[in-house]
Design a protein around this ligand. Structure first.
Ligand code: FMN
Length: 346
């Protein structure tokens, strides 16, 4: 209530990206406040879950893109998230698209963004994770979401993913391969089997090669997909992921469609938040059906898209998700959303 009545109206007076970066910078620098956040926002003891050898202290995480450069990991941990997906990171730093490039659709509880992978590059992210890791607990999971630079052609995309994978291998608890941002031209072509099969098999080769050199386990690799693909494409992506021993799928990224939008705001980019939920749920449901036909080797499903309440979270779990991630819901509902979702008596 406090957030929605007092804080949110104040934050919403400012440009979405400006206020986002301002708050992120503040919370990343004031570590003395973390115990206070922990008391106010972190949920009580929850049953932890083991997912592909990784122990998550609960099923809720922060979705990719919120903390692209991993500057506030300790803050996310203090709020009670089990995990955060940092990135999308690209090999080289890049500024992203022209501003303004994030827009609020307040009536719809939604955002449109066309950031275009603005980030400080793989080296900077690595440095930030190493620094934060001195303080975060071993039970706080950091996933690294990787992509390609704008100037890299789709034909050469694999090289960019490989660079990010190799550079961040030691820091990532798991990797997510982002093939679904609508704001990098041609990226979504990577859903097509001809590209995806090579991308996944080459990354798995690298995964095995590095793990052999380090005598360590191979890393879990997830694939983040778009909500704008048809059932045939979902089946093809699923088959290719299983064939290449991918751990799981994050469903979904933002949509280029405009379902249930009444505002006349006509901006290009990916739509997230409440209007996305039924689309993302549909993709998750389809993946869950495919899992039921593949009981020997099911994929781990991570649900993202339109989670604003415990009911939305439960919908994702009931549709087969092992983990759930939030982004837009966190902006609209504030940090108390975490307790609302995770505490048993809510
Ligand atoms: C401003 C913004 C930036 C985002 N950046 C990324 C990104 O860099 N990489 C990515 O995989 N997803 C990105 N996403 C997508 C989210 O991680 C999430 O999949 C999507 O927004 C659906 O969840 P939501 O409805 O809870 O926001 C971004 C979303 C928003 C709103």
């Amino acid at each position: 209530m406090f957030y929605k009545i007092l804080i949110r109206p104040l934050l919403f007076l400012f440009d979405p990206e400006v206020i986002h970066n301002y708050i992120l910078n503040i919370v990343s620098k004031h570590s003395l406040l973390y115990p206070v956040f922990r008391i106010f926002y972190s949920p009580g003891d929850i049953n932890s879950v083991l997912i592909s050898d990784l122990k998550f202290k609960n099923r809720l995480g922060l979705s990719a893109g919120f903390d692209k450069n991993g500057i506030a990991l300790r803050f996310w941990e203090s709020l009670g998230f089990s995990h955060v997906e940092v990135g999308t990171v690209t090999p080289l730093p890049q500024p992203g698209n022209e501003k303004p490039r994030i827009f609020r659709l307040k009536k719809e509880n939604a955002l449109i963004n066309r950031l275009g992978f603005n980030n400080k590059g793989a080296d900077e992210l690595k440095k930030n994770i190493i620094e934060a890791r001195k303080f975060t607990g071993n039970d706080f999971i950091v996933g690294v979401n990787i992509g390609k630079n704008k100037d890299t052609s789709i034909k050469n995309a694999l090289e960019d993913y490989k660079i990010c994978f190799e550079k961040l291998y030691d820091e990532a608890d798991y990797f997510t391969i982002n093939i679904s941002s609508p704001n990098t031209e041609g990226l979504r072509l990577l859903h097509e089997e001809q590209y995806l099969d090579t991308l996944l098999s080459e990354l798995q080769k690298l995964n095995h090669h590095i793990s052999d050199l380090k005598s360590s386990d191979v890393k879990c690799i997830f694939l983040k997909i778009a909500p704008d693909i048809n059932n045939e494409m979902i089946e093809s992506v699923y088959r290719t992921a299983v064939k290449n021993n991918i751990s799981g799928i994050v469903a979904t990224n933002t949509t280029v469609q405009r379902p249930k939008i009444k505002s006349d705001l006509d901006e290009q980019g990916g739509l997230s938040g409440k209007p996305l939920k039924s689309m993302s749920d549909k993709v998750l449901k389809k993946l869950n059906e495919l899992n039921k036909k593949n009981l020997l080797n099911p994929l781990i499903l991570i649900g993202a898209g339109g989670v604003f309440s415990k009911k939305d979270f439960d919908d994702k779990i009931n549709n087969g998700a092992s983990l759930v991630q939030v982004y837009t819901g966190f902006i609209y509902e504030g940090p108390s959303l975490i307790k609302k979702i995770l505490n048993k008596n809510n």
